[in-house]
Design a protein around this ligand. Sequence first.
Ligand code: FE2
Length: 388
Amino acid sequence: MTPHLPVSPSSSHHLLDAAPTPASPAHAQHRRRRRRRMCCAAAAPQPRVATGAGLRGAAAAATTRVFVVSDLHTDYRENMDWVLRLPVGGGGGGDGVGIDALVVAGDVAETRDNFARTMAALRERFGAVFYVPGNHDLWLRRENGRYMDSLEKLTALLDACSELGVDTGPRIIGDLGIIPLFSWYHKSFDKEKDVNSVRVPSLEMACKDFHACQWPPDLANEDEALALYFDKLNDRNQDAIEEVKKSSKQILTFSHFVPRQELCPEKRMLYYPNLPKVIGSDFLERRLRTIHDNTKHGAACHVFGHTHFCWDSVVDEIRYVQAPLAYPRERKRRMNGGDGWLPFCIYRDGFNPEIYPALWSDYYNKNRREPENTQLAPWVAKYFSKYY
Ligand SMILES: [Fe+2]
């Protein structure tokens, strides 16, 4: 999600941040286990380094790998540098076999120029790049009147993708069908009890989308119209989706926004407890379920972004993954200060059984979700105690 909520200058936290879970003996053990797994992840395959034609050795020639990432936010120089440091020349055949592909689940950059620069750099580095738009991609505040509204900018971004050879529609890579899904959030996605013990800024104040995006009069962030509009955009890919469903053994769908509320920490854990009102779409979950309805066990995965919480969990037979690059300050809180962080390899001639290191989904794999409990988590209570 955005970094653009009011933050106290005296606080190192952002309102959207959710802090680590309370330290307990069990939690310490959990952290040790997680550290071990992060080491495994650090050893996960990296995008191939290629220095010319024929770089992929014979042994690697048939291997199809798919990496996932979201929330590149390359308006931050550190993030653009991160993209440019990825090895050049993933290459790949037109048949989609034996290549490295990258799935980018939205929020690439705030300006169209940075967006195009980023995608061009990624195309030099991966044999295929897939993309869906995020909210930041559709902001207009730094476009100097270039676009009438955010829908016009959306068209411009999709045109840029087409020129750069970035996929924004369904396609099969090796045995994997990859299906981008357009989406937008709606307030009614949030079905859980509100936290009323603290006063927080309104959505309009907290979420810059309400000002940085412009929509035609019949579309607005306030109701479900935008979420429905974006969901309907997927209808035009329906034939291609059916073709992918028929012809691929495994399917990866992806979106920028969150398809299920349980893929976000409970409100009491969040510095901005109203966050679930601006992150997800029920229409998205419904649509991805119709795509995965006949997929075999272990063959369905959905990648998302937006909240910047790393995630890897299975809900009702579908694996949900978020692997955000996120803001530089958020990355610094990761292992080794975020150094060496790479896109997650979700597929290597089959889905990667390695669980992506993700504190919150790890936590919920071991602890029951209690949305009826609105008592603030200690770190959130401490944060608010400074103001009330
Ligand atoms: Fe976002």
